[in-house]
Structure formats: C-alpha cells, structure tokens
Design a protein around this ligand. Sequence first.
Ligand SMILES: Cc1cc2nc3c(=O)[nH]c(=O)nc-3n(C[C@H](O)[C@H](O)[C@H](O)COP(=O)(O)O)c2cc1C
Length: 217
Amino acid sequence: MFYDCARNDHGLPFNPLKGLVVPRPIGWISTVGLDGRFNLAPFSFFNLVSERPPMVMFCPNGPHAEGGVKDTLRNVEVQGEFVVNLATYELREAVNASAAPLPRGADEFRHAGLTPRPSRLVRPPAVRESPVQLECRLHQVVRLPGEVGGVANHMVLGAVLGVAIGDELIQDGRVRIDRLRPISRLGYMDYAVTETVFTMERPTLAPLARPEAVAQD
Ligand SMILES: Cc1cc2nc3c(=O)[nH]c(=O)nc-3n(C[C@H](O)[C@H](O)[C@H](O)COP(=O)(O)O)c2cc1C
C-alpha cells in the first residue's frame, strides 16, 4: 500500500506511521517553573542527535489539556534547562503516570510517587529512581509546521552538560544494557524493552576511501 500524507488516505483505523518508525527512545524530561514547581513528562519524539558535542532533541507537540503549550516547553523556554531521565522497564508505570493530564503546574514527581534529586549542573531536579540522567542546557527551540488546538509543534534542542550513570550499570568499562532495560515507544499503546542485542563490526576502509567520507553514527 501507499498513502499520501497530505490526504491521510491510508484507510486504516489508526495512522500507521508511529507504528513504523520504531522503536522511539523515551526522554523523560524534568523541568522547573519560574515558581519553583517541579515538572516531569515523557516524550518519545526524542533522541541523541550528535555526540561531539553531545546534543539531544525532544518535541512537545500540541496543547496542554488546559490550552497553551505543555508545561515542559513553557518551563524550558523560561528557565533554559532540563534533565533527561532514562525510562526503564522497572519504572514503566511511573513513566506512564507522569503523562497524566494533571492541572497546569501540578508536580508529576509527587503524582507518580518519585523522588526529586538535585542535579549537579542545572536547576531542574533529576528522578532519583532512574539510573541515568542527562543534564541539559537549552540550545534552540524550533517551531515546526502543524497546529493542534491553536498550539504549534516544537522541537527543543539541548546541549548535554553532564551525564549521571548508576555505578551498578558499568562493568568492564561498558554499560550493561541487560541491567539498564530501557523502554521505548512503538505504535498504538505498545512499548518495547531492549533485551536482544547483536553485534556487527564495521566494514574496514578500502585503501583509497577518504576518512572524511565515512558516515558518523
Ligand atoms: C511514553 C509517552 C511518550 C510521549 N511522547 C510525547 C511526545 O513525544 N510529544 C508530546 O508532545 N507528548 C508526548 N506524550 C504526552 C505527554 O507526556 C503529555 O502530554 C504530558 O502531560 C505533558 O506534560 P507537561 O504539560 O507537564 O509538559 C507522551 C506520553 C507518553 C506516555
């Protein structure tokens, strides 16, 4: 089948796109408002976009249940800082609970039974229960096409200033993915947990290949 995105003529009960671009890692973003209140919400339009320097992006799209932009975007725009907490299988219920449409300014840490822990380099707290946190400074907010409920989609780009990793995750100099058990979004109401891993070595450079022509990922 083929469908035209402008016409959305896939003929299926649900748009299949989010079931195809999978799995999407979940950035569990903590922020603080000007009033000092903490905020926490998951975003699966999220990824690491560069390594040197390390940069991440996430997309708060559409409106808050009470109208206007989501609290996370509002806080990031006024404070210029956020923390990405890693969403793990163990924390799956708390991740989901933190997406509840609570009244504006409500503290999702308390709602989801989580503990805020002071960050080292930024003001927003981290989720103590999460084993990995990326402390980030806002780089740029990009307004994207599209509008739902009078609110545009946005992409937030941030520079990662510091990374906190639970010591129990590191063994022989590498992250133990089997201990981390990160969860990610699939389509519909489905999630995945990373459990199966395989390894492939990169092809070696042909003698005449120019090093700058090698893709970086
Ligand atoms: C796993 C998961 C992933 C989500 N990903 C996104 C996303 O990428 N963009 C978005 O705008 N909302 C996303 N949501 C919904 C937000 O988390 C939700 O609207 C939240 O209430 C926003 O909170 P805030 O107003 O405190 O920022 C997601 C929800 C869940 C459960």
